[in-house]
Design a protein. Structure first.
Length: 258
């Protein structure tokens, strides 16, 4: 297996926001990692799978004390959280972040055949391993696990994360997981939504998901005056697409209930 020159791919969104991804990981597991530059603190929204060394990759863009936030408890969003001394999460997902209980593996054969078929449903084949490069010499995908990352601060609806020149309000957006959260900057109309909503198929069928909660979250998001949404997967989008995605989900769920 080849060794990646850089495990993380960084894309500058604007003067304050950089998005990082893990391009050598199977697309189903690729999540967006958002770095936001602030006056007194920098913000990190989600931390990827924990395969590569994220703190090391951020040295080029992060020059302030870093506040790392897990939007929810899934491996592809909190795998690298243990690398950072300041770790924020919602109480309803905190126990699984402190002692990861959700199964995650880089070995395709470890997953049920139905899930492998699902991973390949968008045309992305799953090889023997879910990565097609290693992050460094000596990496063993069979030894991969999500490391414990006890939150240093528990956040809830209405809490504020202040970076000095901009502030993000915590929105509790349950449904995907009980403790899913978003971060809302009202002044700029910017929402970091985690997996509550993104421009792709939404997962409301997991054991920890709750469809009535998800429906309520989607109705709430429809009323949010967001100008730009930076989701947990796929590309960013504006308000018109936000409304389209919400309405599409609500209509799809209503049709399934008939």
């Amino acid at each position: 297996m080849r060794i990646a020159d850089r495990w993380f791919e960084a894309t500058r969104v604007d003067d304050t926001i950089t998005m990082l991804r893990e391009p050598y990981l199977h697309p189903v597991w690729q999540s967006n990692i958002w770095h936001v530059r602030g006056r007194h603190h920098d913000l990190l929204v989600d931390t990827g799978m924990g395969i590569g060394r994220l703190a090391e990759a951020l040295r080029d863009v992060a020059d302030k004390p870093l506040i790392a936030v897990a939007t929810h408890r899934h491996a592809d969003h909190m795998g690298g959280l243990h690398e950072f001394p300041i770790r924020l999460a919602h109480a309803a997902d905190a126990a699984d972040i402190e002692s990861p209980g959700t199964f995650a593996s880089l070995i395709t054969a470890d997953y049920p055949a139905e899930f492998v078929k699902f991973m390949e449903s968008d045309g992305s084949p799953a090889g023997p391993e879910l990565i097609d490069a290693y992050p460094y010499e000596g990496f063993d995908p069979r030894q991969y696990s999500v490391l414990p990352a006890p939150p240093t601060t528990i956040v809830d609806e209405g809490d504020v994360i202040d970076l000095g020149d901009r502030a993000f309000v915590v929105l509790h957006l349950p449904g995907h997981t009980p403790g899913s959260i978003g971060l809302w900057d009202q002044r700029s109309g910017t929402l970091f939504s985690g997996d509550a909503i993104y421009d792709g198929p939404l997962y409301d069928f997991l054991p920890e998901s709750n469809i009535p909660d998800y429906l309520a979250t989607m109705r709430r998001l429809r009323d949010l005056p967001a100008d730009v949404v930076h989701g947990g997967h796929d590309g960013s989008f504006g308000r018109a697409r936000l409304v389209e995605l919400v309405d599409g989900y609500l209509e799809w769920r209503a049709a399934k209930a008939v």
